[in-house]
Write a new protein. Structure first.
Ligand code: UGA
Length: 439
């Protein structure tokens, strides 16, 4: 615990802002949250969180009760007396791939009109290099500026906040950087202080490297499929080399969500404008763009015909397990590709709740209900899919075929129930038995 409770204002209550709010409250600070969306502020005041994230509602309720977190409807009272003002607003993409910074510009502009009394403004939104220097100029003689990139994954943003691999702090002076870094000193994790620009690049490059690992894993998987080899064995062996690491080498339908693709596009845009090469970034995106189509191709390969007129059960619509977020979800891209080829789709997702959805599929109330189909496609890595009884599946699936786009199912259990199984780069049948023998 930090020994000096400090008032911290959080501007923006998306999953990054909320993880910061709860995380700083856990450290013993007094947190005041503000969002431009008044309705969201009112919901948060009542303890209602705007999205699905494990444990967040419980933590919020606890901190609201003790008063260590509260939400206000105007930015002025949020920042009044705050030592740190955390800016965590969205930075989506423009058409040309560049980051849309209007949210950041708006907040910094509003802060510049207030008397911040030497507070530290902490930018946490993902921004291109130069943005924090601009903010520092806009707030000169009013507040110091720190760029502290977030490395928080949706679905486990609070644990990631409380347990960081490193804390990166960019600032114009070491003193200012250390002031923010001190909030994390009790965690005994590396606190890396650097220039504003370096910290901005550190964030973009971290996401680019993670995305590149996933595209690499997907290409390995696609090759393994052609060679009848098992990509999970291959990648496990590769990842056990400590220089490489095992995380983010899970092949699948590709990376989705609001971060990787957007950040890659922003870096490509930046590299182009800086006359730097960006081949690896491009290749990472290209591989990812092709991967969802591959799942549909694999399905048609196994069916030996087009999916037109085939009833396809789909498990998973969110961009990954543990979230209800469907932004840039490749699961949805697969559903759209199936529909475009004439399939009839029935989908189940444990977190997707949008009765007014415009997806080209009907929604089932359970995983088994969605399996009342000709074939089954697994598109999100929800662990509960693994717990569904394969024998019950075998009774329902008319063509006894599962294409597991996330390699989430237990291959032995599924094939033992007499189902045909195709993963992504994964051995087709249990224990090396040929596909034909279990059909
Ligand atoms: C990502 C980064 O992991 C965070 O460190 C970063 O802070 C965040 O973006 C951000 O920039 O805000 P997130 O997008 O929440 O976090 O999700 P990830 O867990 O990274 O997964 C991204 C996508 O990659 C998902 O679709 C996931 O299913 C996929 N993935 C992940 C794979 O296909 N294979 C893997 O091995 C890992």
């Amino acid at each position: 615990m930090n020994t000096k409770p400090t008032k911290i204002a959080i501007i923006g209550t998306g999953y990054v802002g909320m993880a910061c709010a709860i995380g700083f409250a856990e450290f013993g600070h007094q947190v005041v949250g503000y969002d431009i969306l008044i309705e969201r502020v009112r919901q948060l005041q009542r303890g209602v969180t705007p999205y699905h994230e494990a444990g967040i509602t419980e933590s919020l309720t606890r901190h609201l009760r003790t008063g260590s977190v509260r939400f206000v409807e105007d930015i002025e009272s949020a920042v009044h007396g705050a030592a740190f003002i955390v800016v965590a607003v969205g930075t989506p993409s423009h058409q040309d791939g560049s980051a849309d910074l209007s949210g950041v510009y708006d907040v910094i502009g509003r802060l510049a009109r207030l008397n911040l009394r030497g507070a530290t403004v902490v930018l946490r939104s993902t921004v291109p290099p130069g943005t924090s220097e601009w903010a520092a100029d806009a707030l000169r003689n009013n507040a110091d500026v720190v760029y502290a990139p977030e490395f928080l994954r949706e679905g486990c943003a609070v644990p990631d906040f409380l347990n960081p691999d490193r804390v990166v702090v960019g600032a114009e002076s070491r003193l200012v950087a250390e002031r923010y870094g001190d909030l994390f000193a009790h965690l005994s994790r590396p606190i890396l202080t650097m220039s504003l620009r370096n910290a901005e690049l550190a964030k973009g490059m971290s996401n680019a490297f993670l995305a590149m690992k996933i595209s690499f894993a997907n290409q390995v998987a696609n090759l393994c499929d052609e060679l009848d080899a098992d990509a999970l064995d291959v990648l496990d062996a590769v990842g056990h080399d400590r220089r490489i690491g095992r995380m983010f080498l899970q092949p699948g339908i590709g990376f989705g969500g609001p971060c990787f693709e957007k950040d890659l596009k922003s870096l490509i845009h930046l590299s182009k404008n800086s006359n730097a090469d960006y081949d690896l970034l491009h290749a990472t995106l290209d591989v990812n763009d092709r991967q969802p189509r591959r799942v549909v191709d694999v399905l048609e390969q196994e069916l030996n015909e087009s999916v037109s007129g085939v009833r396809v059960g789909v498990w998973g619509l969110t961009f990954k397990a543990g979230t209800d977020d469907v932004r840039d979800s490749l699961a949805i891209r697969v559903v759209e590709a199936l529909a475009a080829r004439g399939a009839e789709i029935v989908a189940f997702d444990p977190a997707f709740r949008d009765p007014a959805h415009r997806l080209p599929c009907t929604l089932a109330a359970s995983a088994l209900e969605a399996a009342d189909a000709d074939v089954l496609l697994v598109l999100t890595d929800w662990p509960q899919f693994r717990a569904v009884d394969p024998w019950a599946l075998a009774h329902r699936l008319r063509r006894r075929l599962i294409v597991d786009g996330r390699n989430v199912l237990d291959i032995d259990a599924v094939t033992a129930a007499g189902l045909l199984y195709r993963g992504i780069g994964r051995r087709r049948t249990a224990s090396g038995v040929e596909l034909a023998e279990v059909g």
